[in-house]
Design a protein around this ligand. Structure first.
Ligand code: SF4
Ligand code: SF4
Length: 326
């Protein structure tokens, strides 16, 4: 009898097992790409380790449990491993699917610390997380679908939606249509909107951290393209900022929910690594276009300001502008 018959993943086990085939024979070649592993030094959270655990569940060699679900949550879904894998394994998508299947198998997580979804005031920018993206990333598709459809219904009739966080914008653009919750409005980032109204240009060497959420985590295998954002920044600044990127998807600072709430120490270490990378490049001001990333990085910059070279985190979000001295 095939062990798959006993797999907690049920009929989805073969596809999950197939997605992890290459990893089973790979010497951990994407280890260097994972921002969680490089920041914490814990190889138990490397893409290879999470894919191996996923494979064991798929083959029935490991039981589904809250501990397994939590272990697979040590991933921001940034997609850096997907970009780095020479075998083109869709790691981030496979891990998200595995979390989804575990949620379906185990039911709601009583220990879940997925943050509450904020609701925006009418006409105000949509706050980070309000699209339900933390629930999608956690794999709780039932809750995500409910939140997303309610939000889409609330936003019907609006011609323009302003988002504080890029992940929410991409969620509404790419994921909502997949659950019949399409929104017929132009989708705009608060920070880009603010730049067009010419907020003060920060003094010093300006660097730019692209959102790792751009397309990698939601659009799976597509290569991220930040060209239009960089062009907007250049137009605002009048010159090209220093680009802070380690790969095509950018560098994940650990702000993504629910990862940020569930793995606070790792999230802080990831932010410290991003900030140190910026300092090493001589950057004085780090421009970040997503609210949650800017807030997280600013918090860490402030907390570490006594023993490092100061660096400012700047979110050109108009009245919601975040600026911190670290
Ligand atoms: S994702 Fe690719 S590089 Fe990473 S362990 Fe799997 S096969 Fe190897
Ligand atoms: S998606 Fe990002 S955080 Fe998750 S395993 Fe891959 S590189 Fe690590």
């Amino acid at each position: 009898m095939s062990r798959r018959l006993d797999s907690p993943f049920g009929k989805d086990a073969p596809s999950i097992e197939a997605a992890t085939d290459a990893c089973a024979y790979c010497p951990n070649l994407c280890l260097h790409a994972c921002p969680v592993t490089t920041a914490t030094g814990r190889t138990t959270e490397a893409p290879w380790a999470l894919m191996t655990l996923t494979r064991w569940v798929a083959t029935g060699d490991c039981a589904a449990s809250p501990d397994v679900r939590r272990a697979l949550g040590a991933c921001t879904a940034c997609g850096a491993c997907t970009e780095a894998c020479i075998h083109h394994v869709p790691v981030a998508a496979t891990l998200q699917r595995a979390r989804d299947l575990l949620h379906r198998r185990l039911g709601p997580d009583a220990q879940s610390r997925t943050p509450a979804i904020p609701a925006e005031a009418v006409g105000a920018p949509i706050p980070a997380g309000a699209s339900g993206i933390p629930l999608w990333l956690s794999g709780d598709m039932v809750a995500f679908t409910s939140i997303a459809r309610a939000a889409a219904s609330r936003w019907q009739g609006r011609s323009r939606l302003l988002f504080d966080d890029h992940a929410d914008l991409v969620c509404v653009r790419d994921l909502y249509p997949m659950i019949d919750a399409a929104v017929n409005a132009s989708l705009v980032l608060t920070s880009l909107d603010a730049m067009s109204s010419s907020p003060p240009i920060p003094a010093g060497v300006v660097g730019y951290l692209p959102p790792c959420t751009a397309t990698a985590r939601l659009a799976m295998a597509r290569t991220a393209s930040h060209g239009s954002y960089v062009a907007s920044l250049e137009s605002w600044l009048g010159y090209a900022p220093a680009l802070l990127r380690w790969d095509e998807t950018g560098t994940c600072c650990g702000a993504a929910e629910p990862f940020h709430t569930q793995e606070p120490a790792a999230a802080r270490a990831m932010a410290e690594r991003v900030l140190q990378n910026a300092r090493d490049r001589g950057i004085d001001v780090l421009v970040v276009l997503s609210a949650s990333c800017a807030t997280h990085l600013a918090d860490v910059a402030t907390a570490t300001q006594s023993n490092t070279r100061p660096i400012r985190v700047f979110w050109p979000g108009g009245p919601h502008q975040t600026e911190a001295l670290g």
